[in-house]
Design a protein around this ligand. Structure first.
Ligand code: SF4
Ligand code: ZN
Length: 477
């Protein structure tokens, strides 16, 4: 496969390239555009004209520098071994293949897809979106040899995109509905995905029936189909092994997988917890589950479509920086929308706090998240979860939770947190309050040296923290 006929470079080396606002020629899709999507469909052989690229709407020459436009990417493929179950996994490769182009940055998936084309790409001669379609077709056939034929349609027309967009939403819903039909107990195999390691080298998704991939685009069924046709590919089988903790969702096989795939960085995962050994997050999560310390055990959820800040005063982008990168971040978890309505959703954290389930820890949701999952939330809980419409200021949250009788208010953690706020006020008045426990442990003599400081039950307020490596002074000769 060659791209020498195209005026720009294509290859995995360009994955991870960032295109900032001042480097961008145009933006396609993204949060400021109403309708955009990407979809892959498996078709019959005779329905595909191999290599054909169709552009519907303005092309590069019709776009204004600095402008934003809709983008619909429809990739249709055929091959004798292809099955519908493979569509979602093929679709996820759009992200990777677009990023192979030097000068294109692609983020997210499904109807949150977001692309930027750089000025230097346009200067090199990328003057026709057909070139992008051609790149996709060549990469699909080269990287996934079971695809024998492919055609691509790119839609940028704001009127005409609507119909295919609605069709794409129907397909996503159908996939999600099927994904909800089984549970972790019904299967004897989980799956893993390392497609995002070019962005987050220690991240690997563990995909189970109750934990859809955090990008929200690969269900257990999709992962199973992909691992079957390409067992050595980026999606692979994860034998569950012994269940070490049923409530937390800790499995020997999942621990082994993450240890191997994170190159020893991460050793254990609690699949059903956001607070202890949580699943890692790369960067393409649909939403973020964040701990709200002021409520003791309560959490909030915000998604990419949220305008402004969440209840903790942070916008999605700031929390995404905290959450992503392939690290385990207790209290900040990248999740898919489907996981929110899974019976296993952060179950360990909820039950540990004495609640009925994990979803009962949710005290606040961005309106866009709540609208999407509302009908699937427990009936007795749905209206007790605040959005920015009910509570925009964190200091008003406890009073609201108490007014609606959210179950969180019965937890010991909530009671302690709320009384903590009172203590702070006392403190300001000059009253004596007990200090938190400060414990220090010193690793064994002869170890790597240094201190491990554990601060229990402490609140730390600081303008800034500077951590400096102190180089040992050289001895004078
Ligand atoms: Fe794969 Fe997970 Fe990345 Fe989705 S988020 S592409 S499942 S590694
Ligand atoms: Zn990712």
């Amino acid at each position: 496969m060659s791209f020498s006929d195209l005026p720009f470079e294509v290859g995995p080396v360009y994955e991870g390239e960032r295109i900032r606002g001042n480097q961008m020629y145009v933006e396609l899709g993204g949060p400021k555009i109403e309708k955009h999507f990407e979809l892959t469909r498996v078709k019959k052989d005779k329905e595909i004209e191999d290599g054909k690229v169709t552009i519907i709407g303005p092309n590069i020459k019709d776009m204004e520098e600095g402008g934003r436009y809709p983008i619909g990417i429809l990739v249709e493929v055929a091959g004798p071994e292809l099955e519908e179950d493979l569509e979602a996994v093929f679709e996820r490769r759009i992200h990777e293949f677009c990023n192979f182009v030097n000068g294109i940055m692609h983020l997210n998936q499904r109807y949150t897809n977001w692309m930027r084309l750089s000025k230097s790409l346009i200067e090199k001669g990328f003057n026709d979106l057909t070139m992008l379609g051609t790149v996709l077709i060549r990469l699909y056939k080269a990287e996934l040899p079971i695809i024998k034929k492919a055609q691509v349609t790119l839609i940028t027309d704001p009127e005409k995109i609507g119909e295919t967009y609605d069709f794409a939403l129907e397909i996503y819903n159908k996939r999600d509905e099927r994904a909800r039909s089984i549970n972790d107990e019904d299967v004897d195999m989980f799956y893993g995905c390392v497609l995002c390691q070019s962005f987050a080298p220690t991240h690997a998704c563990c995909i189970t029936p109750n934990r859809m991939s955090l990008c929200g685009s690969i269900s257990w069924f999709d992962a199973r189909a992909a691992a079957r046709v390409d067992p050595k590919g980026p999606l692979f089988e994860v034998p569950m092994g012994k269940c070490l903790n049923e409530l937390a969702g800790e499995f020997e096989g999942v621990n082994e997988m993450i240890k191997k795939r994170s190159l020893g960085d991460i050793e254990r995962i609690y699949l059903y917890s956001g607070m202890e050994y949580p699943h890692t997050s790369c960067g393409c999560f649909e939403a973020i589950d964040f701990f709200i310390p002021e409520t003791g055990a309560g959490h909030g959820i915000i998604d990419r479509n949220h305008d402004g800040v969440a209840i903790n005063g942070l916008p999605f982008s700031a929390m995404a920086n905290q959450t992503g990168g392939g690290k385990q971040m207790p209290g900040f978890n990248g999740i898919s929308m489907q996981y929110i309505i899974s019976p296993k959703y952060q179950k360990y954290d909820g039950i540990k706090s004495g609640l009925d389930s994990g979803i009962h820890t949710i005290v606040w949701m961005g309106k866009t998240v709540k609208d999407r999952v509302y009908e699937f939330l427990p009936e007795d809980l749905r209206d007790k979860i605040a959005t920015e419409e009910e509570v925009a200021d964190l200091s008003d949250l406890p009073a609201w939770l108490e007014k609606v009788g959210h179950p969180i208010i019965e937890t010991e953690e909530y009671k302690a947190a709320v009384s903590g706020v009172e203590e702070e006020e006392w403190e300001e008045e000059g009253a004596m309050v007990p200090m938190g426990t400060i414990g220090m442990t010193i690793p064994g003599v002869g170890g790597a040296g240094g201190f491990k400081v554990i601060l229990k039950n402490c609140k730390i307020h600081a303008e800034s923290i500077i951590i400096k490596k102190i180089e040992p002074k050289r001895k004078k000769k």
